[in-house]
Design a protein around this ligand. Structure first.
Ligand code: PLP
Length: 399
């Protein structure tokens, strides 16, 4: 059970994951004593450089990439910004077309809006009611040609998986490069940039049991890429600034662990997720899954509750009081809590329903006991919110 003080279950691993103690132990030497500047030529500098290069190898191995294709960043948002602006750098001499989906993370959508203000044409692909982008919609959008396609590997709100290799292959057919925001998927699904035709891939350490504020962009060899951050020329000029050595070491270890444990861990999380889904559906007649039932991340499920659409914040706070941390599906940030989710609206869900969903995301430190605890707490909390919506409240008598 993910305990934080007295009985507490953490089901918000899509927002951020706890740091794995093995990652922390690996970071320790870079956090204490003299941690040199990796650009320095003396021993401390060389040690820091060595630690960074080891991390680079570990990350490259997770994606079938070459070490020179890994560029460290300050997280997923920066990697997404770099990917889009690095390829579609305004001002351009001829029209530039970027294709993305309507339910990307804001780290993509806000960059698209910025690029649109600078003359880039952006097409936003619709998303099916199952939370999956239709490859034929991409093909239609590419009829007029495009420079770059950016589609996320897994959606952060509803957890659905996109047919990335197929989308990337179509992008290439029409001469466009392909970027994927894989922040939610990394470490949960096997990914290989060459097998899956991916040109650029963003990842973030804190979704992978590593520290916050560090990530990477994989940029395939030979891609014409312009840096976003200029300065001392670190990361072979693609991202300047003294490297976050401890963070990078942590990300490297997190990537190594994810690679080694992925098969077993994903199977375990699918089991827990399905136990959770079955339990919720048995307890609550008004619960429905948002997005495809199976084509989703191993530990990820997003539920709507008919009749309780306006009550999700209350539900979240009531669960929090009972010791369970979840998030609303409206956004991964408290800044937009209570607003209809643009992700759900992109799937054709009406604004009223799009306001009411709860995201439950399980991770490495969750157990079957956590799921049982949640299933015990949920009917009680629901009954307090609106007794009429519960079918069986633990005792099977509809109370
Ligand atoms: N992309 C996706 C799909 C995400 O879920 C997130 C974080 O929630 C990000 C990008 C941003 O990553 P970071 O928090 O490392 O900036």
């Amino acid at each position: 059970m993910t305990m934080i003080g007295a009985t507490r279950v953490y089901f918000d691993n899509a927002a951020t994951t706890p740091i794995d103690p093995r990652v922390l132990a690996e970071m320790q030497p870079s956090l204490s004593g003299i941690s040199g500047n990796p650009s320095s030529l003396h021993r401390e500098g060389r040690e820091a450089r060595g630690a960074i290069e080891q991390a680079r190898q570990r990350i490259a191995a997770l994606f079938g990439a070459k070490t020179g294709e890994v560029v460290f960043t300050a997280g997923g948002t920066e990697a997404d910004n770099m990917a889009l602006v690095g390829i579609v750098q305004p001002p351009a001499t001829k029209p530039v077309h970027l294709v993305t989906s309507a339910f990307e993370h804001s780290a993509i959508l806000e960059v698209c809006r910025y690029l649109e203000r600078h003359g880039v044409i952006v097409s936003y692909l619709p998303v099916g009611s199952d939370g999956i982008v239709d490859p034929e919609a991409l093909r239609r959008a590419l009829q007029k040609g495009a420079n770059l396609v950016s589609i996320m590997t897994a959606n952060n709100v509803i957890g659905t998986l996109q047919p990335i290799a197929e989308l990337a292959r179509i992008a290439h057919e029409y001469g466009a490069l392909f970027h994927t925001d894989a922040v939610q998927a990394v470490g949960k699904l096997p990914m290989d940039i060459r097998r899956d035709f991916i040109d650029l891939l963003s990842l973030s350490s804190h979704k992978l049991y590593g520290p916050k504020g560090v990530g990477a962009l994989i940029v395939r060899d030979g891609i014409p890429f312009q840096p976003l951050i200029h300065g001392g020329g670190q990361e072979t000029g693609r991202r300047s600034g003294t490297e976050n050595v401890a963070g990078i070491v942590g990300l490297g270890k997190a990537a190594e662990l994810a690679g080694a444990e992925m098969t077993e861990e994903s199977a375990r999380l699918v089991g827990l997720r399905d136990q959770l889904i079955e339990g919720v559906e048995n307890l609550l007649a008004n619960a429905y899954i948002i997005g495809h039932r199976y084509r989703r991340l191993p530990g990820h499920v997003c539920f709507g509750f008919a009749g309780l659409e306006g009550e999700t914040i209350k539900l979240l706070l009531a669960l929090d009081k009972e010791g369970v941390s979840v998030s609303t599906g409206s956004a991964c940030s408290a800044h937009h809590a209570g607003e209809p989710s643009y992700v759900l609206m992109a799937m054709g869900i009406d604004p009223f329903r799009a306001r009411g969903s709860i995201r439950l995301t399980l991770g490495r430190f969750n157990t079957a006991a956590d799921v049982e605890f949640f299933l015990d707490v949920l009917p009680r909390v629901m009954t307090e919110l609106k007794p009429i919506t519960t079918r069986r409240c633990g005792n099977g008598k509809g109370l």
